[in-house]
Design a protein around this ligand. Structure first.
Ligand code: SF4
Length: 111
């Protein structure tokens, strides 16, 4: 239905990608969290661990990356510096320091 998908967190784009790229290889930790929450028939009866942390108020978003209170990949930089939306070779754009620093393993990373 759509050629591209944008994922927003607290009113900001976290990831924008061609639809197939986003669902096949989600990069932003929030996108990964959302897709991990999708119901799956092969996991029926198994409990899913809740997403960590609390959702911050959009009226008083945290400094830096708005996702840092809940992010498993967050570091000190994330608490003070808002990541820019950066284009990647597969056509996606991601706002995440860990992705840009290649701290999250990705299929698209050139060797
Ligand atoms: S910028 Fe930092 S806190 Fe934000 S999503 Fe990326 S790793 Fe997590």
């Amino acid at each position: 239905m759509s050629h591209s998908v944008g994922v927003m967190y607290l009113g900001r784009l976290a990831e924008l990608a061609p639809t197939r790229v986003l669902f096949d290889a989600p990069k932003h930790p929030y996108t990964q969290l959302l897709l991990a929450a999708l119901p799956r028939l092969d996991r029926r009866g198994r409990e899913k661990p809740p997403a960590p942390g609390e959702i911050p108020s959009p009226l008083d978003p945290p400094p830096g990356c708005g996702f840092h209170p809940r992010c498993p990949h967050g570091q000190a930089r994330c608490q003070s510096e808002r990541p820019a939306l950066v284009p990647l070779p597969d056509g996606s754009q991601v706002a995440c320091h860990a992705v840009q620093e290649r701290r999250i393993p990705m299929r698209w990373h050139p060797s």
